[in-house]
Design a protein around this ligand. Sequence first.
Ligand code: ZN
Ligand code: ZN
Length: 389
Amino acid sequence: MTNIHQLVSKHKDLIINLRRDLHRIPETAYTEKKTSAYVADYLNKLELEVQTGIAQHGVVGLMKTDRPGPTLMIRADMDALPLKEDTGLPFSSEHEGTMHACGHDAHMAMVLGTATVLNTIKNELTGNIKFLFQPAEEGPGGAKPMIEAGVMENPKVDYSIGCHVWPEIPEGTIGVRPGPFMAAMDRFDIKIKGQGGHGAMPHLCVDALEVGTQVVNALQRIVSRHMDPLEPTVVTVGTFHAGTAFNIIPGEAELSGTSRTFNPDIWNTWEARIEKVLRGVCESMGTDFELKYSQGYPATINDDAMAEVVRRCAEKVVGTDRVVFPEKTMGGEDFAFYLQKSKGCFFALGVGREGAVPVHNPKFNFNEDVLPVGVETYCQIGLELLKHG
Ligand SMILES: [Zn+2]
Ligand SMILES: [Zn+2]
């Protein structure tokens, strides 16, 4: 029986170096050119079947054991954020104004590390493993176009796993939650069209700015007055632009925002609810409006049995008391699309510690000792799902 812990430990420096190499060359959504070339080059060296250019920059490395069995997919996201790094790390971003501030460098290094280790014990496994690297997790979302390009077929993916570095739980712990874990996230864009004019003559105008404020307030009542208080939902208006001068009544206002829920039934009603509120306010105030509503990522809902597999495997790596049950989050993840096509689980890798800053912060960093923990967990899951007999 292979000792996974020893095997992964042997590769620790390699995994950390992969992360540092990738950290130096961050690229934002759908510009992941160098990153995907780096990933593809590495997978080619492992002699996997490598497919590139999927949904622009997506990469899949297929490991076949040539023994019948299920197909497991392990996913990493590749994109970075438009943010100026301020960590002072010796391997800081070489791309001014772009930074791996969401830990996707860690995600890639862990999946590449897992490919390295599992490739060495391929003879103990059955079926196939797809090591999948997708673009644009931060939006507009690379998972859906990857699936449309066929990554879940040939061979058909039975199980999907992925993880995210998670500052909300302590460093070295693993968070697993069956069922709903992350929210469905949408975007709406609103234009209110009134009639502009002199700031001293409101009776001759239709004030789009003032109507906009009523729309913002009315939208807040969807959650506070229409939703079951025991059902977590969010409607946030994130931008509001109107006006050019102190003495001009604006004829137009533009708003944008996001709505969130775990509940697929509510998810499908957001657009109608927002439209109804908007129409009510605008009609009563005499303005026209435009609503552009875009459904984003579905809720990330883990398969119960797969969450149990992840929990059991994580316990082998970090011990029973270091596998935790994380809070749900209203944040979204496009891993949700893979969960609609296969049994899967998205779990959290703890990086929280005293003074840790959140992801998307220019000082975001984590203790690299967690990388082998993630790799070992992936490897244990691979062994459990694909071992002989
Ligand atoms: Zn992020
Ligand atoms: Zn992220």
